[in-house]
Design a protein around this ligand. Structure first.
Ligand code: SF4
Length: 351
């Protein structure tokens, strides 16, 4: 049994059935990103539909074997540690690699990787989605990453076709709504395209997550980054806005700039202030999530405490906007030396 897994997925897809529909990133040039740098993107990066269907069937077979083992062991279809041990001894399969199987037995959600599943021909994705839903009728949500430029330039009606086939959430990396900063980090997309892509996803009836990267502009572009990002988000009104604070990653162009003192990182209160300005300018009705430890986090009695709740569902806006602003204000009253600085995240000094 072979089964190709995408190397990464959003945290909210921790218990999703993972499928790899293409390998790497068709753009692969963002100056802050090292996610798929080692993977050259060419024609062979798009996986054939038949291979993906084989993976779906392999997942189904895996699920059935685990269920059968559970019944045989008297565990009533529940995937227990005993079943896990049995699967390893009998089939040399570590089903711990499939958290959805351990938690639910049958998958509730699925994620299509890698970085931009929308790049596939729509007819192929529709076929994959149909086969996936038919093989796993328990699926309630299927999600993928989507690059804004790919979505913004897709032919009319294609996003709707994907929605009808059962793609019901897309994650877009907005990072910033500031055109100068988008060009500086070589995102390859303009703020107008971000707005167009976000609106297209929503118009198609697909749930939309947009990712924002506080601190990306360093000290010099902090204000324009916050205000112009909020402006894009206000025009789109995504279902989820997810914050991922910027930390330079070794081997990327922005890391080089940081090392050569050409990019001055924000201090901890600078991140908090930038997020506060952005939140203050937001006029949205979705949920705002800080679902990563890399967001403002401070030390208390030798524990790391995230300033804002790190859960995937986040805060419903506008109802809880005041609460988020008040929490950020409280963060500014905490001594800056107690926060984990971006430089420490790079060196993982907090560990
Ligand atoms: S489009 Fe996404 S995955 Fe590709 S380089 Fe940019 S941030 Fe990385």
């Amino acid at each position: 049994m072979t089964y190709e897994l995408p190397p990464m997925r959003p945290p909210s897809e921790a218990y999703s059935l993972l499928l790899r529909v293409h390998r790497g990133c068709p753009w692969n040039r963002c100056a802050f990103c090292d996610a798929y740098k080692s993977l050259k993107f060419d024609k062979s990066s798009i996986r054939p539909v038949e291979d993906i269907k084989r993976d779906i069937l392999a997942a189904r077979q895996l699920m059935e074997q685990a269920m059968d083992a559970s019944q045989a062991l008297g565990d009533g279809g529940v995937i227990t540690d005993r079943v896990r041990g049995y699967m390893f001894q009998r089939h040399f399969l570590d089903i711990g690699l499939f958290p959805w199987l351990l938690r639910y037995g049958q998958p509730q959600t699925a994620f299509l990787g890698d970085s931009d599943a929308i790049i596939l021909k729509t007819e192929n994705t529709v076929e994959i989605l149909g086969f996936l839903h038919q093989t796993f009728p328990t699926l309630e949500r299927v999600t993928s990453y989507g690059r804004a430029r790919t979505i913004a330039t897709k032919a009319t009606g294609h996003m709707e076709a994907l929605a009808r086939a059962g793609l019901n959430r897309i994650h877009i990396g907005l990072e910033t709504g500031d055109d100068e900063l988008l060009a500086f980090v070589e995102k390859g997309t303009t703020a107008a395209q971000m707005v167009e892509a976000g609106r297209r996803v929503k118009r198609a009836g697909i749930s939309l997550s947009m990712y924002v990267m506080p601190g990306l502009g360093g000290v010099s572009r902090s204000r324009q980054h916050a205000l112009n990002t909020a402006a894009v988000l206000n025009q789109v009104d995504p279902d989820f806005i997810r914050f991922r604070s910027f930390v330079p990653r070794q081997g990327t162009p922005l890391y080089q700039q940081y090392e050569h003192d050409e990019l001055v990182l924000l201090p901890p209160h600078g991140y908090v202030n930038e997020i506060k300005l952005l939140i203050d300018t937001l006029e949205v009705t979705g949920r705002v999530a800080f679902d990563h430890m890399i967001n403002p986090t401070f030390k208390q009695n030798n524990h790391l405490v995230p300033l804002l709740h790190p859960d995937n569902e986040g805060y419903k806006f506008p109802e809880r906007k005041g609460e988020v602003l008040a929490t950020l204000e409280r963060g500014l009253a905490i001594d800056e030396s107690r926060f984990i600085r971006a430089e420490q995240w790079i060196l993982r000094e907090h560990l």
